[in-house]
Write a protein that binds this ligand. Structure first.
Ligand code: C5P
Length: 255
């Protein structure tokens, strides 16, 4: 990866390792959540919100001192993806996702574009993250589209391609983190959605884990949406999760 991973992680507190998925459709709802969660550092803007509110909202979130994970999961011909990645970088986002199943040439071109960007002062270059197999996809779903039925083997295959192409990190299910880490070693940032605290509903996620389990397995950042943003009191849900995570790190210190 372009940055030193340990250096990068050392600049994040435990609560900042929770990335809030702003899966809402309006600027008002998004900004309300950001105001409710002042301790959160990175907010994920996905397809829904980006389609609804566009780059202006991304810039507004950044102007409020927050970082944006632009999760558009780009997958197109190499040139188109590389150009879109370049535009996202110009917006000043911290993380961008592309689908690793788009293939080597697509990933390499995206890396090239980021490497060729002029360094704007101390501003960090966005981290280019590869999406492997969506956490909502089960073996049956993969079989239906003609892929190997074991999500784990497909994830590892795609993770190796991402390593070969020089991506900065990967988005994968917490259940695959351990195996992925053996391939990426300490070189890549691992980000896991599909997080469900024991007290929350599973929704459409299939390969899930609790926040503590995911961190224990080696996740560096957790993407959490509905368990926080759809909770009656998002701030309470956030702090409940932070407390659970902190009890884990306290336990580690004692051992
Ligand atoms: O609400 P929930 O916690 O399930 O939200 C998870 C978020 O992570 C969603 O924004 C979803 O798009 C995203 N995501 C995912 N699986 C991936 C990559 C991203 O669920 N492999």
């Amino acid at each position: 990866m372009a940055e030193d991973k340990n250096l990068l992680l050392s600049s994040f507190s435990w609560e900042e390792r929770i990335i809030i998925a702003l899966d809402v459709s309006t600027r008002t709802q998004a900004l309300k959540l950001i105001d409710l969660l002042p301790q959160s550092r990175i907010f994920k803007v996905g397809l829904r919100l980006f389609v609804a509110e566009g780059p202006a909202l991304v810039q507004e979130i950044i102007s409020r001192g927050k970082e944006v994970f632009l999760d558009l999961k780009l997958h197109d011909i190499p040139n188109t993806v590389a150009q879109a990645v370049g535009e996202a970088a110009k917006l000043g986002v911290r993380m961008i996702t592309i689908h690793t199943s788009g293939g080597k040439e697509m990933m390499k071109k995206a890396v090239e574009v980021l490497n060729s960007l002029p360094r704007a002062g101390a501003k960090a270059r966005p981290l280019l993250l590869g999406v492997t197999v969506l956490t909502s996809q089960s073996s049956e779903d993969l079989e239906e589209i003609g892929l190997p039925t074991d999500p784990a083997s497909q994830v590892l295959r795609l993770a190796q391609l991402a390593v070969d192409c020089g991506l900065d990190g990967l988005v994968c299910s917490p259940q695959e983190v351990e195996a992925v880490k053996r391939i990426t070693r300490q070189k890549m940032v691992l980000i896991t959605p599909g997080i469900r605290p024991s007290w929350s509903t599973q929704d459409d996620q299939k390969r899930i884990m609790t926040p503590q389990e995911a961190l224990q397995k080696g996740a560096d950042f957790l993407v959490i949406g509905r368990p926080i943003i759809a909770a009656p009191q998002p701030d309470k849900a956030f702090w409940l999760i932070v407390e659970e995570i902190k009890s884990l790190s306290d336990g580690k210190k004692k051992n």
